[in-house]
Every structure is written in C-alpha cells, then in structure tokens.
Design a protein around this ligand. Structure first.
Ligand SMILES: CC(C)(COP(=O)(O)OP(=O)(O)OC[C@H]1O[C@@H](n2cnc3c(N)ncnc32)[C@H](O)[C@@H]1OP(=O)(O)O)[C@@H](O)C(=O)NCCC(=O)NCCS
Length: 150
C-alpha cells in the first residue's frame, strides 16, 4: 500500500528520542529512554546514513537503524545490517517501513554494501512477512546460544 499523505524520510537526530521511545511504548508496552538515548548517540557518530526516521505531517511515525559492517564477526565490509525497524501501530500497513528500507538500501549501496543481514525472532510474524516481501531469504549464518547456569 502507498501512504495517503506525504512521508519525509530523513536522518535520525537526537531530538527524535521522545518519538522513538513513544513508538516502542506503543508497540511493546515498555519505555526505555536511556537505551534509546545511547543508541541514537552512537548512531549519530557511527552510522548517520543508516539511522533514519519517517515523518508524516511533522510527526515521527517510524524509524530504521542499521550499520555497515567493518569485518565484525568475520563478516566482510560489503555487508550491511538492519538492527531495528519500528512503525507506530497507527501508521502501519501504509508502506512507511518500505520507504525507510529503500532509502537505507540506497545509502548502503553508496558505501559499497551489496548484502544485508538482519536477525528476526521466528515468532515476529509482522517482521518476517515484511522482510520476506522486501526480498530477504534465510541466510547461511547460524545463530548459536548457550544458557548459563545460575
Ligand atoms: C514490520 C513493520 C516494520 C512493518 O511496517 P509497515 O510500515 O507496516 O510495513 P509496510 O506497510 O511498508 O509493508 C510492506 C509490506 O510488508 C508486508 N507486511 C508488513 N507488515 C505486515 C504484517 N503485519 N503482516 C503481513 N505482512 C506484512 C506486506 O506485504 C506489506 O505490503 P502490503 O501492505 O502492500 O501488503 C511494523 O509492523 C512494525 O514496526 N512491527 C513491530 C516491529 C518491532 O517489534 N520492532 C522492534 C521494536 S522497536
């Protein structure tokens, strides 16, 4: 679906903190201002091209955060990551995540990225559907985990 009103995609700024905290609260019912404050500060320094917000009529309604890899985890620097994407529930299914994603992909291409990685919980059906629609397929990396005994 296409958004009915114009959507502006721009670089995330520290002033977007309250809007992002609110979006997460609406989505997940939790408020983490300190966490997002740290993430936005880091993103302004490290990845201004890949941390974006979507504005509709002056209100931030969604965001995407990611990075280009610098050989972390043995992953080549032609790999970009999507760390988080979130759209305010009232504004979902209007094509806003797709706009954010496309803009970020364009920015990553300009720095030489040719492959995108992301991690999704297998129960997050909305994200799985969205990434499937954007063309993602299951990759070759395997997520391993170990529970530490108390
Ligand atoms: C997944 C998410 C980012 C999608 O955002 P969105 O703006 O609604 O997505 P779009 O409108 O751009 O969707 C593009 C396509 O993806 C697919 N899609 C998106 N959401 C979907 C859903 N809930 N179910 C099925 N397909 C979905 C559809 O094919 C859609 O195209 P269509 O509407 O023309 O059928 C949004 O639902 C979200 O933020 N979910 C919560 C994510 C989260 O928990 N993030 C971490 C916390 S910050």
């Amino acid at each position: 679906m296409e958004p009915s009103k114009p959507v502006k995609i721009r670089a995330m700024a520290y002033g977007d903190l309250d809007a992002i905290v609110e979006i997460e609260k609406e989505m997940l019912g939790k408020e983490r201002p300190e966490y997002w404050s740290m993430k936005i500060e880091n993103s302004e320094i490290r990845s201004p091209l890949t941390s974006l917000v979507a504005e509709m009529q002056g209100t931030v309604v969604g965001f995407i955060m990611g990075d280009a890899s610098g050989w972390e985890y043995g992953v080549p620097n032609t790999v970009g990551w999507i760390d988080t994407i979130g759209i305010h529930p009232k504004y979902q299914r209007k094509g806003i995540a797709k706009l954010l994603f496309k803009e970020m992909m364009g920015n990553l291409k300009t720095v030489g990225v040719d492959t995108i990685y992301t991690l999704v919980n297998w129960k997050e059906w909305d994200l799985l559907h969205f990434f499937d629609k954007m063309g993602f397929r299951k990759g070759d990396m395997i997520q391993l985990e170990l529970k530490l005994e108390e």
